[in-house]
Design a binder for this molecule. Sequence first.
Ligand code: T4K
Length: 431
Amino acid sequence: MQNCTDAVVPARRIESTSSNLLCNTAATLAVLGGDSAFAETLHVGKPNLPDRQRFMQRLESVLDSYRLTNFGPQVVEFEQSVAELAGAAHCVATCNATTGLELAIRALGMAGEVIVPSFTFVADPAALAWQGITPVFCDVDPHTHCVDVARVEAAITARTSGILAVHLWGNICAVEALQEIADRHRIKLLFDAAHAFGCTVGKRAVGSFGDAEVFSFHATKFINAFEGGAIVTNNAELAQRLRFMTNFGFSAEDEVSHLGVNGKMSEASAAMGLTSLEAMSDIIQHNRRNHEAYVRGLEFVPGVRVLQRDPAEQHNYHYIVAEIDTAATGLSRDQLVAMLRLENVMARRYFHPGCHRMPPYRKFHADAGCALPVTEALSQNVLVLPTGLAVSAADVSLLTSRIAVAVQQAARVRAELARCQDPRLPTFTTE
Ligand code: T4K
């Protein structure tokens, strides 16, 4: 058997036309001694770069104006565009979503305990903990991966001041049921909508649910502002307060009326955000084609299930999320991640191992693992695959065919992975 460290060089692109190559064993996997499928690494989150010329024009106008930050015209226009697309009355742009979450949490007066899913990006419990709030981890629904409403209700105590729910992967939370619980218990409801810009539920755009919602426009999101975020709400007083709080608490010259931070978005970021918004429908179309190619390519692969999107709703198709049933694939999610690295595909284990297992947050919920069976299972089984403008439908076809072959030859793949020394392999163990 060839040493797989040698086997992956040189990498070259192999063209593929068929989307279902379950019967095609001709392509040798890199882990079994073949060439890597891709010469250039495919990433989850490679930025979608918008029209360079348009962006440069905007940047020139920023420089010409000498207005680089502090609520300049690019930010004002960006906020208007985001509010309109999100169907919200007000939008306050921020330097990133994490700061936006912290500001919203503070402005809503959340304190004591806040209920939050553990199966999410660590920004959520971090934003709470930075405000001295105890994140109370709640399990998620196995189908949507969003908070389980019954679990939310069960977690409410006299110290609960709010719910921080996450529209994970652009799957929308049970917004009405959560609002009903929040109203009945007189607690706040904040949505982390970092993944859900451009999505609808019941034909209504994400952006005006709960007390406020927070978007991310990080470089890895489908609409990006280099770094950026936005808080959207229909509450005018809240929006005004948030605006002051993003600017050190200033409400007028030399007048500090609120506890604030510097959470403002810069003009350069807003220029990128605006240019990115112009490409929004093209990006969504591209992502949707890739999503369809993934569904087609993995449809008949035993044990691999791609999360589907409701065709009646709008979606950004930004995350390709697959659930792996190891008993059927013969390969664990981690073994698939490792095998794909050798094909030059950086698939991700979002959001392993669940926030409740991360050292800074364990103390908040010592036995959380027992109470979070769905989170525990998803953090072992979820595989996030590359998409975006840098990934073509042909790439997806080739990538899915490699997964199909790996599952067919699971025993050999496991054996080779166990002895492989390739530096591209992930640092976590895959046995
Ligand atoms: N809530 C949720 C549910 C979130 O998922 C996030 C962020 C937030 C809140 C907070 O939003 P922000 O405060 O960031 O606005 C990434 C992102 O940093 C993070 O924004 C995102 N979620 C999270 C899911 O993913 P990493 O550490 O996995 O990303 P990283 O640096 O490994 O980048 C992913 C891949 O993209 C890399 O393999 C290379 C490529 N890449 C990345 C960047 C930044 C590029 O090619 N160019 C780039 O500039 O966290």
